[in-house]
Design a protein around this ligand. Structure first.
Ligand code: F6R
Length: 620
């Protein structure tokens, strides 16, 4: 996830406006920031800048006009302090915040990217899937690439077509014919100094229109530009927009002008960071479908890793903390049952207290959203001494990604809410891909594509979970039970509840209750039973009956149309019956996340910032 903005202004300087707008998008990426402006007839004297600032400035060719770029890695505030982003000439420009996908977060990989001749600058959000092929072809034609990004092919393609006599618009249309993947693009060119071109496919992009002033904007989302205009045009997939002093023209992929409606939105600028959601957590719960789609792109990387290590591995050992530990537990069930490789799961903070019997034939898999969890890193360093290591991590460039032998990225995007939600789902997707590829289980691999739709169905029934949350918000204890693959789901449901509602929640293997905890069950305690269809169904229903017989208030998360559950249980949340037992961990956890979220909100708490907890735990 990256953020882009752009503006065409009249008398005002563009850079301060771009800086303000892009700051509203920092939640979309904080690896780097950059601004490009068009200076008409400018020949800036860069010798007057101090050396750090000079180093972060790229100058395009200077004739009648030029492109000036300032960019660097780091948060907006840090980069601004270093290079004074607002201090750039020109009334037109584009800006970008990066959440790195291709290429580490450094200055070279920061956007905007320029073509070889230095006349075009481009910002991009999305992934160009066929960029290596395009890059190879361009390299054969003599183009040189500075960065490791997928984006850099775009300005060079534009330049290539412009060299053949096309204007910027024609060049963009030509380039889009060969680009595969997702994009929201903003492009400026020194030859058309008062024009911005924009294009969109599967990444968000809107146009802001201030007809009165004759000023126009592009942005990844509306809140970024709300301080300047509330008049928004929503671009559709395949459309391009040409913004210049005459206004905005939108064209479809057949080059027809589209008569777009201008929506007047009544949002306020301070909603920017949460995209209209009350809290990051609920926004992130809603982003799980897209997080899955983005993470599924890791399949080829995972296949390569397996090809590299398979054959030498006779044991797998997962190491992680908290939610990442629960994802790991799911991995044990999947890998052992599908690939037959003995698999252990160790809490990272306990790793050093056991010999763990690691050797060169053990693959140790570290799962961590942040890639910086001290317990996990400590264990990783120890495992590196004896075994092959693999890190499954969300934060690009974090320590775990640099220290493990192999890396798989969960492409969930930045997660701001302290409680892990979309990153848990993305971790699970990585594990499912790993296990499915290891076991060559193509049916499972194909079924993963359906999960985003199942999650959308759950989110469509959010109100039902909210009702249950309101009913039980004052409970003092909860139990969550499940069997097999649903046992880690129960643990995760209990953890979410504890961390954001401060209610005591216990996750238990449903069959374990009778070995002790059943003594605690009485009519004050809600028991959430995770009961998908499949092998574990009958036994879990027996456990449900046991707690019900002891007076517990049962909340059942089960398949839709299940007559027993519908008749016997008062509070139920049903999941599409097509969701099989093996896919259940990816879907059944969503109502549990929502339950905790709504209990937290109903208790007047801030689910994004639970007390005593931090997003990244860097102490042991
Ligand atoms: C729970 C949660 C924590 C983390 C744990 C590990 O919602 O977020 O339990 O899962 O602190 O963090 P990472 O995954 O960054 O290593």
């Amino acid at each position: 996830m990256c953020g882009i903005v752009g503006c065409i202004l009249n008398d005002k300087k563009a850079a301060p406006v771009l800086l303000e707008c892009i700051s509203k998008l920092e939640y979309r990426g904080y690896d780097s920031v950059g601004i490009a402006t068009v200076n008409e007839n400018t020949k800036k004297d860069s010798t007057k800048k101090d050396s750090t600032e000079k180093d972060s400035i790229e100058k395009g060719s200077v004739e009648n006009s030029s492109i000036e770029i300032k960019k660097d890695s780091g948060k907006i505030k840090e980069v601004d302090e270093k290079v004074h982003l607002a201090d750039m000439g020109g009334n037109i420009g584009i800006a970008h915040v990066r959440w790195a996908t291709h290429g580490i977060p450094n200055k070279t990989n920061s956007h905007p990217h320029m073509d070889n001749s230095g006349k075009i600058a481009v910002v991009h959000n999305g992934i160009i899937e066929n960029y290596s092929e395009i890059r190879e072809n361009l390299e054969k034609e003599g183009y040189k690439f500075k960065s490791d990004t997928d984006t850099e092919v775009i300005p060079n393609l534009l330049e290539k077509y412009m060299k053949k006599g096309m204007n910027l618009e024609e060049a963009l249309k030509e380039a889009l014919k060969i680009i595969k993947g997702s994009y929201a693009i903003g492009a400026i060119c020194k030859d058309n100094p008062r024009e911005i071109l924009a294009a969109k496919k599967d990444s968000p992009l809107i146009i802001g229109v201030d007809e009165e002033k004759g000023e126009y904007y592009i942005a990844s989302d509306a809140p970024a530009i709300l301080n300047y205009t509330n008049n928004i045009i929503y671009l559709d997939n395949g459309e391009i927009a040409i913004l210049n002093d005459d206004g905005v023209v939108v064209k479809d992929s057949n080059d027809n002008i589209v008569d777009k409606e201008i929506d007047v939105i009544n949002w306020t600028a301070d909603m920017a960071e949460k995209e209209g959601y009350d809290y990051f957590m609920i926004k992130e719960i809603h982003e799980q479908g897209i997080a899955i789609k983005n993470t599924l792109v890791e399949k080829d990387n995972i296949q390569d890793i397996i090809a590299n290590i398979d054959g030498n591995i006779n044991r797998i050992c997962f190491v992680a903390c908290g939610t990442s530990f629960h994802a790991s537990l799911t991995g044990k069930y999947l890998i052992e049952s599908m690939a037959g490789i003995p698999t252990d799961v160790i809490v990272a903070s306990e790793f050093k207290y056991s010999a763990n019997a690691l050797d060169e034939n053990t693959l140790v898999i570290f799962i961590s959203q942040s890639g910086e969890t001290a317990d996990t890193l400590k264990a990783l360093r120890k495992a590196n001494e004896t075994s092959k290591t693999l890190a499954i991590v969300n934060v690009l460039g974090s320590s775990a990604t640099r220290e493990a032998d192999h890396v798989i990225y969960t492409k969930a995007g930045p997660e701001i809410g302290v409680a892990a939600t979309k990153t848990y789902i993305s971790q699970l997707i990585c594990i499912y891909l790993f296990a499915g590829l290891l076991a060559k289980n193509n049916d499972l691999l194909n079924d993963l594509e359906k999960v985003p739709d199942y999650i959308e169905e759950v989110l469509g029934n959010e109100d039902k979970i909210k009702e249950i949350a309101i009913k039980y918000k004052d409970a003092e204890d909860f139990f969550f039970i499940g069997r097999g693959l649903s046992y880690p789901t129960a643990l995760e449901g209990a953890l979410k509840l504890k961390e954001i509602t401060y209610i005591h929640g216990e996750g238990y293997a449903a069959g374990e209750l009778k070995h002790g905890p059943l003594a605690l069950i009485d009519d004050d305690i809600p028991v959430v039973v995770v009961v998908p269809p499949g092998d574990s169904y009958d036994k879990t229903i027996s456990n449900l009956e046991e707690v019900k017989a002891r007076g517990a208030e049962v909340i059942a998360i089960g398949p839709c149309g299940d007559e027993f559950i519908e008749e016997e249980v008062e509070d139920t949340f049903c999941i599409d019956k097509e969701v099989s037992e093996i896919l259940a961990p990816l879907v059944y956890v969503v109502p549990l996340q929502l339950l905790s979220y709504y209990v937290s909100v109903e208790r007047g708490l801030d689910p994004d910032k639970p007390k005593n907890l931090a997003k990244c735990v860097t102490v042991e």
